[in-house]
Design a protein around this ligand. Sequence first.
Ligand SMILES: C[S@@+](CC[C@H](N)C(=O)[O-])C[C@H]1O[C@@H](n2cnc3c(N)ncnc32)[C@H](O)[C@@H]1O
Length: 231
Amino acid sequence: MSEVLPDQVIEFLQTMLPERSELLKRIEEECRRDHIPLVSPEVGQFLQVLLRIKGAQRVLELGTGIGYSTIILTQPNTQKDRHITTVEIDENRYRRACGNFAEAGVAKYITPVLGDANEVIPDLAGTFDFIFVDAAKGQYPGFFNKVWTLLEPGGIIVCDNIFLHGWVIDMTWPERRKKTMVCRVRAFLETLRDHPQLATTLLPLGDGLSVSVKEFVKDEKGGAVSPCGKS
Ligand SMILES: C[S@@+](CC[C@H](N)C(=O)[O-])C[C@H]1O[C@@H](n2cnc3c(N)ncnc32)[C@H](O)[C@@H]1O
């Protein structure tokens, strides 16, 4: 299994997307040319819808690539109150991403961080109401454990590529060295499913997405407490 949805459905979903900017189209071309993975356009659109529903302001992204998804995460930002912190381990990609942020005119809304997310996360300041995980797939369980305390009550965490070309569905792998990654992602999805403080759904968009929302903490009278106080 390589694509989860039939080609015809994917083509239709992509036909129904709003027109993307010339810069985003150019970055898509560059990623294809240089074999740099990036979110599919329909995943990008879904993220924008979710950000708007949530009214997300403090966003963390793991796996910047050359900044395609990060630029998408800045939009729409009509209140100009959303800030994205994005972490990339590869210096060349980090630099290219910074150039793309400047070209897109969104650099002021982004804090790009160069480094291994495993080392960077414990030093991040503040909390986040939206976390997008799109870095090394076999490390998703570790990333999740590290970002858990940074995710605000009511916060959303989205993970990309959770089907791994369908291997996670079939529990097959094209070569032996992929087995650990596939098993880890499958176990990670079960962790999300069984987590007492999360509601999770899996979506067959792109290479599969998990979308989880963290429960609000209850105060002693059973009322929901938001990060900004009692709601
Ligand atoms: C799928 S690409 C990100 C694509 C990007 N989100 C987009 O859609 O434009 C994954 C990126 O994660 C980076 N990465 C892998 N492991 C990482 C780690 N431990 N910490 C930070 N970045 C990592 C890779 O270098 C790669 O650029």
